[in-house]
Design a protein around this ligand. Structure first.
Ligand SMILES: [Fe+2]
Length: 236
């Protein structure tokens, strides 16, 4: 008996077209009518193209080999675009970290930021390897999210905060960066896994583990001493 494939629909997303087609006529979730050109209307789920690409790449029927290969190529384009985004993000962080490390007061936090700067250089080298594995040149596409996060961290430096409060604020800023990177590397690993690119998936996983470990260390520094010091400095 043919085993039915799992259907994965993230919460909050509109139903997939094959689901919508079984809805009663007139149901607002039903797909939009075809255009005059005869081509099907993309419909509301077109906005979630990234997700649809993943679903198609993983679950295409085996007898549609040509179609699956074409989809995989598009999916690898998405993988490359995400690599270029995170390449820009890492480069921006590598530039910003020395300045931030210089401004913190707590030696354990400074050590942690300096340690992460070295890790970041290794992560950029890993991205170079991932591009090479895909037969592409390393290319950075400006990561606007990281530009914003770095700009917010810069604003803290000139906000006139007490040194202890600035340390606590910079930990939060650094953790926002880590969480962005965790989301990026988690997605990259999933994309590489879906394409069967094991070497790239391993590279992304290695960096993902480092980012998670850094995030945990930042939490530990904040909750063990620095947040309490910030409170004391504010009271005193
Ligand atoms: Fe990083």
């Amino acid at each position: 008996m043919k085993e039915s494939l799992p259907r994965i629909v993230p919460p909050g997303l509109p139903p997939a077209r094959h689901t919508a087609s079984r809805l009663p006529v007139g149901d607002p979730r039903s797909p939009a009518p075809h255009r005059a050109s005869g081509r099907p209307d993309a419909g509301p789920s077109a906005r979630f193209i990234g997700w649809n690409i993943i679903r198609t790449a993983r679950f295409s029927p085996r007898n549609q080999e040509g179609r699956e290969m074409a989809t995989t190529k598009k999916f690898q384009d998405l993988l490359l675009a995400e690599l270029s985004d995170v390449y820009s993000a890492e480069t921006q962080i590598a530039e910003a970290l020395p300045k931030l490390a210089q401004k913190v007061s707590a030696s354990e936090l400074r050590r942690l930021l300096e340690e992460h700067l070295q890790e970041t250089k290794g992560q950029i080298a890993r991205l170079d390897k991932a591009f090479a594995a895909l037969g592409a040149k390393p290319e950075a596409k400006t990561c606007k999210a990281m530009q914003g996060l770095v700009a917010e961290a810069d604003e803290l430096l000139s906000a006139g905060l007490a040194p202890e409060v600035l340390d606590a604020a910079l930990i939060a800023a650094a953790q926002k960066v880590e969480h962005y990177e965790i989301a990026s590397y988690g997605s990259l690993k999933a994309y590489a896994d879906a394409c069967g690119l094991d070497a790239v998936a391993d590279l992304m996983d290695e960096t993902l583990r480092e980012e998670k470990a850094t995030d945990e260390k930042l939490t530990a520094v904040a909750t063990s001493t620095l947040n309490a010091s910030a409170v004391q400095a504010s009271v005193g």
